[in-house]
Design a protein around this ligand. Sequence first.
Ligand SMILES: Cc1ncc(COP(=O)(O)O)c(C=O)c1O
Length: 434
Amino acid sequence: MRRNIVHIGASELKYEIREITELGHEVAAVSGRPITWENIGDPVQKGETVPDWIKAIVARTAMQNAAYAYCPTRGLASTREFLAAHLNARGKVQISPDDIVFFNGLGDAINKIYSLLRHEARVIGPSPSYSTHSSAEAAHAGSSPIVYRLLPERGWMPDLEELRNRVKYNDSIAGLMIINPDNPTGAVYPPDVVRHMVSIARDYDLFIIADEIYTNLVYGPNGYAPLSDLVEDVPAISLKGISKELPWPGARCGWMEVYNQASKPMFRRYVRSILDAKMLEVCSTTLPQMIIPEVYADPRYQTWKSERNAFFARRAQQAIDLLSDCPGVVLNRPNGAFYLSVVFADDVTGNHALRIGDRRIEDVVRRRCPPGIQPDRKFCYELLGARDLCVVPLSSFVCELRGFRSTLLERDDAVFERTYRTLAEAITEFVGSA
Ligand SMILES: Cc1ncc(COP(=O)(O)O)c(C=O)c1O
């Protein structure tokens, strides 16, 4: 073509969580056996049923004509009023309904937040990191992500010293991104850790992006507080949604809450540009926004939330118990969200392998394993070929560590146990193979 039409950041757009399913389907087509999908954080796909009382609210709402109309670009005023009042009642940072903007899922919000940043302004994020953030940020900058490490040997807490130094010595960093509770590690940062991160943002005049989509999925012993309790005067965007907690990921409904925009005209202008971009799309889907006040105000919501958290606490312990005898890995019990990340020791290399047995499946898998492939990617691909099980390599979460992410979502006890026993056997075989 007479002009290069490919965006400078095109090669940064990677989402292995879904890409790995291609290989899964290829393997299944050859083997004729089903795959156990542990790659994606969709509670409904993993067998969770949305409670009947929530479905009844959705059904009743769907009978209202207004559910079929456009809504204001920011989102339904009544829902934003409800959310703002709920947050303000905590007595910490105060917002108005106009500080809230709805999106078609946080995927939509994340995309806009980074693409509307000035090209040279960077946002530092965690490593490992949920790849929608890191990819969107890197694509916006046309450069690889800038990260601070989460340390598996310290319960996946952030390396705060490294974070401070990275920020101090790189003045292109304008924002600090936090995921709390975290995907992919299941870590929950105690309030003091978040306070420390807020102080770094304040000291270097950064804004914060806090992805808090798992804010109601906390079940560990660490204390937890949402950013709104801790942010004080620092400009920030908190991201929340219903995909994981109702759970209704197919609704494609999430929102941003903006804190302290009055204090910083430039931040305010940037936030305005996000709203203007949303305006070009008219608005987000109306119906899911309509149900939010009724669901959250329903007395059954708190009971439901506690039961779910107790379920994930149990799953987290079961997973750790089933993996505890594996050699050559670092394990941390998740305290929030519904993921578990297992890290291989440094001496696990591309020479380690799983036996696949079936020649035809081996051919399919080996085609995806060129020389020099990261060992954890190789493990995940061979796991698909050898055990019909799909997990996601940690190296696809902007990470130098080698390991994988699985989920705690499986509702069927026998399937859950079989999955984690299979993982334990596969880790033992892989680590011991070279
Ligand atoms: C940390 C995090 N943020 C955002 C999302 C995307 O959420 P949504 O379904 O609202 O697009 C996910 C989905 O897995 C996630 O884990």
